[in-house]
Design a binder for this molecule. Structure first.
Ligand SMILES: *[C@@H]1O[C@H](CO)[C@@H](O)[C@H](O)[C@H]1NC(C)=O
Ligand SMILES: *[C@@H]1O[C@H](CO)[C@@H](O)[C@H](O)[C@H]1NC(C)=O
Ligand SMILES: *[C@@H]1O[C@H](CO)[C@@H](O)[C@H](O)[C@H]1NC(C)=O
Ligand SMILES: *[C@@H]1O[C@H](CO)[C@@H](O)[C@H](O)[C@H]1NC(C)=O
Ligand SMILES: *[C@@H]1O[C@H](CO)[C@@H](O)[C@H](O)[C@H]1NC(C)=O
Length: 420
């Protein structure tokens, strides 16, 4: 008994001695590994690295929304005549640079060319996949009947399109006149009195919230914000708003997650009328530290290690009740120049509104693979500039080419949706 204990102790001693030898021999490598593991698991970008100042938003620039937007006054240089007097199921605000005349022209001619949206376009896009998606919900047709007319394939929904622009610091007289003529002709431009720059996009988005809050709450049911390089598949968005689902095709199958692909399930229908914020959700995004980065964030604007979850600014879809709540929250939130993070992150968090990720809001134009089916089956595609916008439109409206359904069992390869 006694001898056995001694043996055991000796064995233990030998093990400890061996470990000690190992540590001494490889201490440099061990220290390095522990250090790396610590860095990887405790990675927090250091705000002290973000000291460079941001163009247009120096450390001491006023950052209250009220310094740039007077909620009690009408500060707009141009507003459409009878803005929001008529009923529209969906009001789309396109944030555009004042000098982007061509992009606005393209949007009006292409995806924005509906005052009444003819439902037959959805049927032409996806009718051959009938049975592979949920149709619109009769309850929702009833609920939104004031915005609809006709029925079946000739159902029509009214839409409103408005462009939000600022002004240029040193605009030529010619340019100012061109904006005035454009606004007069199409009656779809809101021009506000701030300098139109990338770093002022937050002001632009909040101006849009102000105008919608002041004029549109009683005449529209949903609000969609996008940029002038966003391709919007309006038929798909309307079908979704009215309780339908978008059929999955051979390309869009790859956009889905393990819990989103089942579009024949009634559970995937939109039933909410209020408290609704949909888009492409970004989680745990750290602020950019490189001052040459377009999204560089100085620490005096945002101190934290990661942004709150937010929806990509290339397109977010809200029920109209959310708009005044975001607007109100924005008035008490210090400006951060990244519009989407500010509105759908900081302000939405303050207002306590839940955001939902939807895989059909695509962040960049699908240059590779079958673009046509990607465009036909999505809600939005970002970075569709200039000729790409036209190309995208011709592809979507080529009704003679039909996107085939996905391969069997495609869902077995789908990833899990990221959790924030
Ligand atoms: C919209 O489309 C119609 C019919 O194709 C066309 O007549 C009209 O000019 C278009 N509107 C704009 C603003 O391009
Ligand atoms: C609207 O739908 C009706 C019925 O399907 C169709 O006859 C008409 O051509 C459509 N109009 C447009 C502009 O697509
Ligand atoms: C934003 O607009 C305001 C008001 O016109 C202007 O004072 C400021 O310089 C602009 N900021 C940027 C970053 O352009
Ligand atoms: C909307 O309707 C409510 C209640 O009917 C009314 O109090 C409010 O002034 C209306 N708002 C607008 C912008 O017309
Ligand atoms: C439409 O698509 C079909 C099939 O892909 C193609 O053959 C045809 O050229 C396209 N039409 C146009 C106008 O692009």
């Amino acid at each position: 008994m006694h001898i056995r204990l001694v043996d055991e102790l000796k064995r233990l001693y030998r093990i400890v001695a061996r470990i000690w030898l190992f540590i001494r021999r490889y201490k440099a490598i061990i220290i390095l590994a522990v250090f790396l593991a610590y860095r990887i698991f405790n990675f927090k970008p250091d705000p002290s690295k973000r000291t460079a100042s941001l163009a247009g938003w120096s450390r001491d620039a006023p950052r209250s929304v009220a310094d740039y937007l007077d909620p009690t006054k009408d500060t707009a240089l141009i507003v459409p005549r009878h803005f929001c007097r008529s009923k529209a199921l969906l009001t789309i605000a396109v944030c555009s640079y004042v000098h982007h005349f061509e992009r606005r022209r393209a949007i009006r001619k292409l995806w924005g060319n509906f005052t009444d949206f003819n439902y037959s376009v959805f049927v032409k896009l996806h009718g051959h996949l009938k049975g592979r998606y949920q149709d619109v919900l009769p309850e929702r047709l009833k609920l939104y009947s004031e915005y609809l007319s006709g029925e079946g394939d000739s159902l029509r929904a009214s839409i409103r399109l408005v462009f939000i622009v600022g002004r240029r610091n040193l605009a030529s007289l010619l340019e100012n006149e061109a904006v005035a003529i454009e606004a007069q002709k199409y009656n779809d431009v809101i021009q506000e009195n701030f300098i139109d720059t990338y770093n002022n996009l937050t002001i632009k988005a909040v101006m849009a919230l102000k105008h919608i809050t002041q004029s549109c709450l009683n005449t529209t049911a949903f609000y969609f914000k996008c940029d002038d390089d966003t391709f919007v598949n309006v038929p798909n968005i309307l079908h979704f708003l009215l309780g339908g689902t978008i059929p999955v095709n051979v390309v869009t199958a790859g956009f889905h997650y393990g819990n989103t692909y089942e579009v024949t399930s009634p559970r995937k229908r939109l039933t909410a009328r209020r408290e609704m914020m949909y888009g492409r959700q970004h989680c745990n995004v750290p602020p950019a530290t490189n001052k040459l980065n377009k999204w560089y964030m100085p620490s005096y604007m945002f101190r934290g290690g990661v942004y709150p979850r937010y929806l990509c600014g290339s397109g977010y879809l809200l029920s109209i009740d959310v708009v005044p709540r975001l607007y109100k929250a924005s008035l008490g939130t210090r400006i951060v120049h990244l519009e989407d993070m500010f509105v759908t992150g900081l302000c939405a968090e303050k207002a306590g509104i839940k955001r939902t990720n939807h895989p059909l809001f695509r962040s960049s134009y699908p240059y590779e693979g079958d673009e046509q089916c990607a465009l036909k089956g999505s809600f939005t595609v970002h970075r569709a500039k200039d000729n790409v916008m036209w190309e995208a439109w011709y592809r979507v409206t080529n009704f003679s080419s039909k996107c085939p359904p996905p391969q069997k069992d495609f869902h077995l390869r789908l990833p899990k949706m990221q959790r924030c």
